[in-house]
Write a new protein. Sequence first.
Lengths: 384, 308
Amino acid sequence: MKKRSRNNSVRKLVTQLMTSNCGAGAVTRAESSMAACSVEDVLAKAERDEAERLKSISVVKELELEFDVGNLLALDKNPVELRGRSQDREELLRALARDNVQLLVNEIWKLPAERTDDVLVVKLPEASTKLPREKPLPKVRPPTKWEQFAKLKGIQKKKKTNLVWDEVHKEWRRRWGYKRAKDDTKEWLIEVPETADPSEDQFAKRNKAKKERVAKNEFNRLRNIARASKTPVAGLGLAPRAQQSKSELAQAVSVARTSTASVGKFQDRLPKEKAPRNTGKKRKFQPLLGDFGNEKQKQLEMLKVMETKKPRLDVTKAVNKQLREDEEEEGRTRRKKGSGKKGDRGKRGAAGGKGKGAKGSKGGKGARSTKGKGRGPHMKQGKR
Amino acid sequence: MAHLDGVVKPKTKRSKRFLDHRAPKLLENSKNAMIMKGGNTSETVTQALKDIYSLKKPNVVLYKKKNIMRPFEDSTSLEFFSKKTDCSLFLFGSHNKKRPNNLVFGRMFDFHVLDMFEMGIEKFTALKNIKNEKCAEGTKPMLIFAGELFDVDNEYSRLRNVLTDFFRGPVVPAVRLAGLEHILHFTAADGKIFMRSYRVLLKKSGCRTPRIELEEIGPSFDFVLRRTHLASDDLYKTAHKQPKGLKPKKKKNISHDTFGTKFGRLHMQKQNLDKLQTRKMKGLRKRRGAVVVENGETTSPKKIKTQE
């Protein structure tokens, strides 16, 4: 808009000059020479006009100010000299402030403005002054047991609808919570299964099962929190509670007794404390003089083991490790594929993923059934 | 609130929201300030504290009672208060013979003192002494620091940082051009720091950018820097650690047109159109036994009208 106005003013001035300077005879050469010098004059005049207009908002400073428009901040590094009486000082300060504010406002007005609801609004850039935070960064909590497993297998969260159609009540009800769709506990009729005891209270049985599930969930949740907080949590009975059973107290006493440097060996017993039985590991040693043949065989075997350059490989352990790595890799690729496919073909991809997952897990389980589930006895054999 | 290993478990949704508001977050809330008085305060100091309180409204808490404490010796009391009210900026005013008209500006990180600057008030003009129209409370002020000391000297540059933090107001993405009214001007000269507060008048100039005229509203301070307590370098660095990826939270059900119109999406339950509540027209109400079967033709158009 400035350029157009300048052009307009230039044109106006040119016409003015032409009309004013065309007093003498209209010879072409004279005209052209007059036109040449008039253009220069015109441009100079335009510049002077522009400067006139900007004079009201321009400020001259030795050093440029540093602006942080995001914070509406400006820093003036020019040295300030204040002398004289307090009145003069106030005036000086005010003049300085006015100049600085003018420069800051010029900067702000340079930003692109939008009009929203009859109001001119300017979008501010990001603040450049680095200010410290108020609180430290939030700690990333470690994944829970389920999250770890899901990551390993490549299981992704399925978005579920909020409401489910309830056939019984013929309306849409929420999936869980108050007045949910399939509420087990609100049934008025439960069929007694053939294998169950006829005198058993099926309703009570259901309620008890639900209470157990709730308690288990709560326990797992607290365990996840404890694992996340990384504080060593005391075992059962050791953290003091209101009511503790006799066995728990006895366990606490024994643990306290053995938590000394010499593992409770030289600890005096309390007046009414009973002697501990079947505690401590019993080390059995071979007799000093005995079976020479057995001793010779044992020593030779040990030498043989020390001689071999090959490391003793525990086959089962190695195979399990390899299987777990393979599963992790599969889980990762499945996750990537699942996230890619979901955009295009949601259901097909999910079904494919499910099929693959089933196959993969079955395959994994099959391979592991011989070695994985039978891990215990095999490993013991391996550590010969 | 029962404390279990220092962890408070919320029992209601409201308390959970309250605790989440105060918990450490990626994008933080705007900092609150607390203003408190020491064992002995003079008229100037109380008036100064009240004026700064009105400047910083509404993100500020003003303690009316006196708290006997010394910030530079023992900061546990300050930390306790900041934890209680979730304030990370503080201003402590006191007066004694050795340090008359004392103000301590400070800020906290993780409820521990980060920086503290003690300034003495040499000359002070209150808000009520300058009689003219003031800015509305809550306007975001423009800040200007003048003087080479604010750039060159280490303590002064830290002081500039603290004053920016204190006075800048909430961080906003956009600003209304007509609403740029308030300006706080700090000048470092002659060993003093002059703080002046002006109201901005935008006058017409030849071009788009307006010409500025200032009108002093106050308060105005002449500070002298006394003691300082700067944070150690590593603590300062930890305080500046920024999170890596800040994703702006996408608001659901809101979309924008190519023309810039904002569309929102409302989800309604299925309405029973038979039982729709429309405007009641007395003449069209069904009368008991008034209309007989003979006038079968006349009844039906009435029914159509009500169902429209």
